[in-house]
Design a protein around this ligand. Structure first.
Ligand code: NAD
Length: 339
């Protein structure tokens, strides 16, 4: 039997706790340590109860431990590039939550460090690993709908995160819509060349007071001639709304939402069905496992991971151009940068 990959988890907030709980059940990994400078007694107790043997307030304990093979970066976005560089220098493979960074210069430094150290870097775009989205991607890639002409993605959260989170998020395009920018590249198999974006905070004026928008809308032009129409919102009263439709020269392929069950019933009041999952942890529950299982395979075989640093960079470049467009009111060009 292969030895488990020994990991350290950096950042024990919302997503760090979720990954920790998942990883502890996976035979591919052994969790050695969790690190968070703002570790509370409550989180430390929670992690101990889950089965993490050690928690520390000093991330350096993870980088300096020669028995740790890989890091799972789940801390606030501003820390990601620095942690990638430190992990690469320590020869550790890296799974990093999205986005890699808000700053393209820092992302380039991180990707150069990864290349120089020849370690694996996978970015946490879990939408790609959802079985419905993945089946839809196969239908496009195998030519079933012919050449893709239009891609529509709707992605809405049930309720906004805390205003503290919004303030430090970097804005809706780089924090939230980035998943859809990545899916747009993944589904069309083409780079985005131009973007037009606009947004509104009509769903929650408090978001406007933080200098952000509560819903973002983007039209993408792809190098292969296709057009993308993306719509996202921080509030959707009925749950996590995740739908995709692609029109091609030979047909159309679409994903409706996943429902809590498939039962539909008719009464005098009309047609009824079950609810959609409330939020991303429930909707992408399985995808979070699949992305980490694939990361483990890339680490063991030392092969390119399914979502690379280049993918992480391109998604940020689209998000940056979208944010620029929302300010300028104009179509903005999107660069492609190879490291
Ligand atoms: N893929 C997804 O579905 C998904 C979902 C949510 C968040 N995220 C990403 O995960 C990251 C964390 O988001 P979150 O929602 O868990 O935020 P959070 O605020 O709940 O947690 C962030 C944690 O990072 C810790 N932290 C701050 N500085 C640190 C440092 N120097 N070293 C180590 N830890 C530090 C904080 O104490 C906190 O516990 C963000 O980059 C976010 O974009 C991804």
């Amino acid at each position: 039997m292969k030895q488990p990959i020994r990991v350290g988890i950096l950042g024990l907030g919302r997503i760090g706790k979720m990954h920790a709980a998942n990883i502890l059940t996976m035979k591919e990994f052994e969790v050695v340590c969790g690190a968070d400078p703002f570790l509370t007694e409550e989180t430390e107790r929670e992690m101990q109860e889950l089965g993490i043997p050690k928690c520390t307030k000093d991330p350096e304990d993870v980088f300096a431990d020669p028995t740790i093979d890989a890091v799972i970066i789940c801390s606030i976005t501003e820390t990601h590039s620095d942690f990638i560089i430190r992990a690469a220098k320590a020869g550790k493979d890296i799974f990093c939550e999205k986005p890699i960074d808000h700053d393209v210069g820092r992302i380039l430094d991180a990707l150069r460090a990864v290349k120089q150290a020849d370690v694996i870097l996978q970015v946490g775009f879990m939408h790609r690993f959802d079985r419905h989205h993945s089946a839809l991607q196969h239908k496009i890639a195998d030519g079933t709908i012919g050449d893709i002409e239009v891609l529509k993605i709707t992605s809405r959260d049930p309720a906004p995160p805390s205003m503290d989170y919004i303030r430090s998020s970097g804005g809706i395009y780089v924090d939230f819509m980035i998943h859809d920018f990545d899916m747009a590249r993944f589904l069309t198999g083409s780079e985005v060349t131009e973007v037009f974006a606009t947004g509104t905070s009509v769903c929650d004026p408090e978001i406007a007071a933080c200098g952000d928008v509560g819903s973002g809308h983007a039209v993408l032009r792809f190098a292969n001639g296709a057009i993308g129409i993306l719509e996202t919102s921080r509030r959707s009263s009925f749950g996590h709304d995740q739908r995709i439709e692609a029109l091609g020269s030979k047909g159309c392929v679409m994903n409706d939402n996943e429902y809590e069950n498939n039962v539909r019933f008719f009464t005098q009041d009309g047609f009824h069905g079950a609810k959609v999952p409330y939020h991303f942890p429930e909707r992408y529950k399985d995808a979070y496992f699949v992305e980490l299982r694939d990361f483990a395979q890339a680490v063991r075989e030392h092969t390119a991971p399914p979502v690379t640093g280049f993918d992480g960079l391109q998604a940020v470049l689209i998000a940056e151009a979208a944010a620029r467009s929302a300010k300028s009111g104009k179509l903005e060009a999107v660069e492609t940068i190879e490291v």
